[in-house]
Design a protein around this ligand. Structure first.
Ligand code: CP
Length: 313
């Protein structure tokens, strides 16, 4: 495989290979000299048309720790602000001899379109409301590590994962559902009826609007951000009412299954979808997810660019 555009691009062997190599990559994080020569001479352009803290920074760190030359391009400060199209921008940068693009764009399908235009390999770093495959991989990595800390082998089969909140606008939920379909975890989707995407019944997941009913049966509870910037209308009466029904409040934190891990892809709206008590709880995996982001992105870049015999070729 040349590109990583969707979590559905990965079969079980490929997904497992990325998770396993990320474990080795994570060891680099604790070394005084954080550098491997694996991608020396390769050039990676991180092109972000939408804001990002975690994804852009972790891809840049990942590339640098693998000794690639990494360049960051954002819409602001590039000729996109003068009206240059996405296609012309991609073709211009591709003509410079880039090996890979890591692209984030507000339009669903932008990464796949870009992959059709350029000679370089493409990683989807989030396209509109469509997908964010490396987020799903780092989520799975963090979950697997958490299961192991509980003395579990870290298999997903038999695990129940609740994904809660603004499903309608979430690319994270789509990639997680697709990846867990491959890894074997059971996903339960929880949201107000107004924030359920059309066609969700065909996703093969249990769907409910009753968060309290699933609290004590899930091994992982992943809270999603209320994406105010993508909401044109009123999807719920008030933030306070949303929090009362769908927030991981202190009361709900106490009602979770013992040992349940709490995930959030970030950025968090503390006090809306997640309380500070839950975000900072001993069983919160939020910062583990951030750390895993670097290791997973090192692993993905290595699988794509590092070896002609790589698992994703
Ligand atoms: N989770 C995530 O994609 O965060 P950023 O928008 O900060 O990259």
């Amino acid at each position: 495989m040349r590109h990583l555009l969707s979590a559905a691009d990965l079969d079980l062997a490929q997904a497992t290979s990325i998770l396993d190599l990320a474990e080795e990559m994570q060891q680099v994080q604790s070394r005084p000299v954080k550098k491997l020569p694996a991608l020396r001479g390769r050039t990676i352009v991180n092109i972000f048309f939408e804001d990002s803290t975690r994804t852009r920074t972790s891809f840049e760190i990942a590339g640098k720790w693998l000794s690639a030359d990494t360049i960051n391009v954002s819409a602001k400060g590039s000729s996109v602000s003068k009206g240059e199209s996405l296609r012309d921008t991609m073709l211009t940068l591709d003509a410079m001899g880039v090996d890979a693009f890591v692209i984030r764009h507000s339009s669903s399908g932008a990464a796949a379109q870009a992959a059709g235009w350029v000679k370089a390999q493409v990683v989807n770093a989030g396209d509109g409301q469509h997908e964010h495959p490396t987020q799903a991989l780092l989520d799975a990595y963090s979950m697997r590590q958490h299961f192991r800390t509980l003395g579990d082998p870290g298999e997903f089969a038999g695990k129940r994962i609740a994904i809660v909140g603004d499903l309608l606008h979430s690319r994270v939920v789509r990639s997680n559902v697709l990846l867990q379909r491959t890894l074997g975890g059971e996903v339960v989707l929880v949201a107000p009826p107004t924030l359920l995407p059309t066609g969700i019944d065909s996703w093969g997941c249990e769907v409910t609007s009753d968060f309290d009913a699933v609290l004590d049966s899930c091994d992982i509870v992943m809270m999603l951000r209320v994406q105010r910037e993508r909401m044109a209308g009123g999807f719920f009466p008030t933030e306070r009412e949303y929090t009362e029904r769908y927030g991981l409040t202190e009361e709900r934190l106490a009602a979770l299954k013992p040992g349940a891990g709490i995930c959030h892809p970030g950025p968090m709206n503390r006090g809306v979808e997640i309380s500070s008590a839950a975000a900072d709880a001993a069983n919160s995996l939020v910062l583990e997810q951030v750390a895993a982001g670097v290791a997973i992105r090192m692993s993905v870049l290595y699988h794509l660019l590092g070896s002609d015999e790589g698992a994703m070729k």
